[in-house]
Design a protein around this ligand. Structure first.
Ligand SMILES: Cc1cc2nc3c(=O)[nH]c(=O)nc-3n(C[C@H](O)[C@H](O)[C@H](O)COP(=O)(O)OP(=O)(O)OC[C@H]3O[C@@H](n4cnc5c(N)ncnc54)[C@H](O)[C@@H]3O)c2cc1C
Ligand SMILES: NC(=O)c1ccc[n+]([C@@H]2O[C@H](COP(=O)([O-])OP(=O)(O)OC[C@H]3O[C@@H](n4cnc5c(N)ncnc54)[C@H](O)[C@@H]3O)[C@@H](O)[C@H]2O)c1
Length: 451
């Protein structure tokens, strides 16, 4: 077994690991970077970026179809899944080689394989021992294991993004981000969709009233919901069809594909963390406010694998990375993350977005909550797009004028929410926002009418 010594070994090449490796290498430290899959991580290869290509296709078809007889004369557009996949590959295919080359250009030594701790200061990567002064664990997340019979027939999100055709009927397990985003596209591709959710709301974490407005509109578009539903098993018949059995239904749902959208968990099982004396739980690797392991101070963790209590999103992974970069070789640990108010967007059709407190949380912590809300589907800005689903809910402290939370549904919600994240981070009041001139006609200019 060969062995090598580094200042820093980074596990994972996603938004958090790759960034830290590059920044520390530029300070002259000897850095190694390990990944068990192709270089680039989830966001660039199997998450945000390729997903957005598919969502763009779905949104385009949706808008054209809604605009027939208004903006366009003929709405006969279709999604060719094979062509869409090929277009997605234009974005994902070059990533691994480009990333690895750029790491190597920065004198980072790259390793391929599963990293496992064999002691507090050494990992093994397929037979090579890497010893280091510091480690950064940034191994991300993976789909939660499903416990029902036939779970092996469920297609994971990364496999979904490699498919070149869609069957007539697609079932999604879970009604969170992944299912609701992909379901919108699959439906616009002409397939029938069933979303099976174990709870009584899909898209938990978003405003329930806006979610209901969204799901009501989706039900008209070949998407059906099975709420409070438990899957007891999936069987595959000899003709290749899948039969999804639900606890509360006699007849199984017959479909061609079942997609996993039932949540992700920290990807830490293979790391043999106990041998590295690294505290962890099912919520991820324990870290203090400096992103450092409390039980092995040479180890830091960032992104989806770290137990920070933050949403598992790319901007959070980026902020974790900024924090870890500052602290890894600092004599005085000082840098803590500044997450501000993390905006969340589900790229449904149309998008739903949120930043700050929910109405329920705001009312629990504040007696002066003023709720500003409306269905904006009749507003001119929305009608001009052909969209029929839009709304907002803004929570303001009636005494201080502070914006406590903002929830948006409709065209450009994914962009407009960032205005509120900025305003809330820098303590702009509702009156400050209302008195700001925004270019017209834009969706931002609606903000003045909302407040
Ligand atoms: C389908 C999908 C869509 C998403 N869309 C969005 C979105 O629109 N917006 C958003 O903000 N977030 C989105 N996310 C979440 C986002 O991708 C993650 O929050 C982000 O990638 C986390 O970055 P990370 O650096 O923590 O880990 P990752 O990007 O997951 O990278 C971890 C890397 O570690 C490697 N690794 C794992 N185990 C080992 C090991 N033992 N040894 C060596 N290497 C290992 C993996 O191969 C991987 O390359 C999406 C996720 C998915 C799955
Ligand atoms: N736009 C974005 O920012 C974006 C997009 C995709 C993924 N992500 C990230 O990836 C994570 C994982 O996404 P996800 O959609 O898999 O999870 P999720 O946590 O968003 O939603 C999972 C849903 O599945 C349900 N569920 C779990 N087990 C079930 C079962 N056996 N039967 C029926 N329902 C079940 C849960 O009740 C929940 O509603 C997200 O939490 C987020 O961090 C973000």
């Amino acid at each position: 077994m060969s062995s090598e010594q580094f200042d820093l070994v980074v596990l994972g090449t996603g938004p958090s690991g790759g960034t830290v490796a590059t920044k520390i290498a530029k300070t002259g430290k000897r850095v190694a970077l390990v990944d068990s899959r192709t270089f680039g991580g989830t966001c660039a290869l199997r998450g945000c970026n390729p997903k957005k290509v598919y969502v763009n296709a779905g949104q385009l078809v949706d808008q054209v179809q809604r605009s027939e007889g208004k903006l366009v004369a003929d709405a006969s557009v279709t999604i060719d899944w094979k062509q869409l996949h090929a277009f997605k590959m234009e974005f994902t295919q070059p990533v691994a080689d480009k990333k690895e080359q750029s790491f190597q250009d920065d004198d980072i030594q790259t390793f391929h394989g599963v990293a496992r701790f064999i002691s507090p200061d050494t990992i093994d990567v397929v037979g090579t021992k890497l010893t280091a002064e510091r480690f950064l664990i940034a191994t991300g997340g993976r789909p939660r294991e499903l416990s029902f019979d036939g779970a092996e027939h469920v297609t994971r999100s990364d496999e979904f993004l490699e498919l070149e055709s869609m069957p007539e009927h697609v079932v999604f397990v879970g009604g969170g981000y992944i299912s609701m985003e992909f379901a919108g596209v699959v439906a616009r591709a002409g397939c029938r969709v069933t979303v099976i959710e174990q709870n009584d709301q899909v898209l938990t974490g978003f405003d329930p009233d806006l979610v209901n407005q969204l799901t009501d509109s989706l039900c008209d578009q070949r998407i059906q919901f099975q709420m409070n539903a438990g899957i007891t098993g999936i069987e595959k018949s000899s003709d290749g069809c899948l039969h999804v059995h639900l606890a509360n239904e006699d007849a199984p749902i017959k479909c061609g594909l079942v997609i996993h959208g039932a949540g992700r968990v920290p990807n830490i099982d293979e790391l043999t963390l106990s041998r590295g004396e690294i505290e962890h739980s099912e919520k991820g690797i324990a870290v203090n406010e400096f992103m450092q392991s409390p039980t092995n101070p040479r180890v830091f963790a960032t992104g989806d694998c770290a137990d920070t209590g933050m949403p598992r999103l790319t901007p959070v992974a980026n902020e974790d990375a900024r924090t870890a970069t500052k602290n890894l070789f600092s004599d005085n640990l000082e840098q803590t993350p500044d997450y501000g108010y993390v905006p969340k967007v589900a790229f449904t059709i149309p998008c739903i977005a949120s930043v700050g407190l929910s109405e329920e949380a705001a009312r629990q912590s504040n007696d002066n909550v003023k709720v500003l809300s409306d269905d904006t589907s009749s507003w001119g800005s929305v009608r001009k797009t052909g969209t029929t689903v839009a709304g907002y809910k803004i929570l303001v402290d009636s005494k201080t004028d502070e914006i406590l939370g903002t929830h948006l549904l409709g065209p450009s919600a994914e962009e407009t929410i960032n205005l509120f994240a900025l305003a809330m981070k820098f303590n702009l009041t509702a009156t400050d926002m209302k008195s700001t001139l925004f270019a017209f006609p834009t969706f931002a200019s609606d903000v003045r009418s909302m407040l």
